[in-house]
Design a protein around this ligand. Structure first.
Ligand code: CA
Length: 230
């Protein structure tokens, strides 16, 4: 399911868009000012962002500029107010992918959303590049081996990254301790299944909201572990 973020301060517009997009089968998240919008874009993997220009705290332009500067390529459609012709041009210059002018028809907006999603889908499949991975509240970048939670970096060891990666590859499937040992430690080392358990405990402390009640890496009794998610 495609995930769309709506950054819009007008309540009626925000909720109206949310209802309509959900009706169309999108998963919808929203933010009511530029600051919250920016933070959400930084930590979540949205397929598309609807970004109002006139926003409290940080303008839509600045949000767009900032995320592009940080190398975030999430497709952005700007929502500009009537008569902001200059802003449209500026919008595309600062890295927005498209814009619609308020008041717009829902049909037009949906058509633009679909077109942009199709465009970016093609791009990502041709590049075969997906180095960012979202696990719970955490975004893991396997290019730089860094992880972020709400913009704060979390440090993982190389082994921890490998474990996360392997579990994620087998998302929603049970992975036995033995296969983790074989995959992560190989034959040259002599760790025990207890080592695996200790690593999982440490990982849970980093990625689970409540490490004692894990929701991301579950224990499958007598077998091993399972990462759950989408
Ligand atoms: Ca506004």
């Amino acid at each position: 399911m495609k995930k769309i973020l709506i950054v819009e301060d007008e309540l009626n517009m925000r909720m109206g868009l949310k209802d309509n997009l959900e009706f169309e089968g999108y998963q919808v998240d929203y933010a009511e000012d530029g600051q919250i919008g920016l933070e959400k874009i930084q930590v979540n993997n949205y397929d598309l962002v609807l970004l109002d220009v006139m926003l409290p705290k940080i303008s839509g332009f600045d949000v767009c500029k900032k995320i592009r500067k940080e190398g975030i390529n999430t497709p952005v459609i700007l929502l500009t107010a009537k008569g902001e012709e200059i802003d449209k041009v500026r919008g595309l210059e600062i890295g927005a992918d498209d814009y619609v002018t308020k008041p717009f028809s829902l049909r037009e907006l949906l058509a633009r959303i679909k077109a942009l999603l199709r465009r970016t889908e093609k791009d990502t499949t041709s590049n075969e590049k997906k180095d960012d991975m979202q696990i719970g509240r955490i975004v893991v970048d396997f290019n730089t081996y860094t992880a972020f939670e709400n913009g704060n970096s979390i440090s993982f060891s190389h082994k921890e990254f490998e474990i996360i990666s392997f579990l994620k590859k087998n998302i929603n499937k049970t992975v036995s301790r033995d296969s983790l040992l074989k995959e992560i430690w190989g034959y040259d080392a002599h760790p025990t299944t207890r080592t695996v358990d200790n690593f999982i405990l440490k990982l849970r402390q980093k990625i689970e909201l409540d490490p004692n009640k894990p929701k991301i890496i579950l224990t499958v009794h007598g077998i091993g572990y399972k990462m759950v998610g989408d």
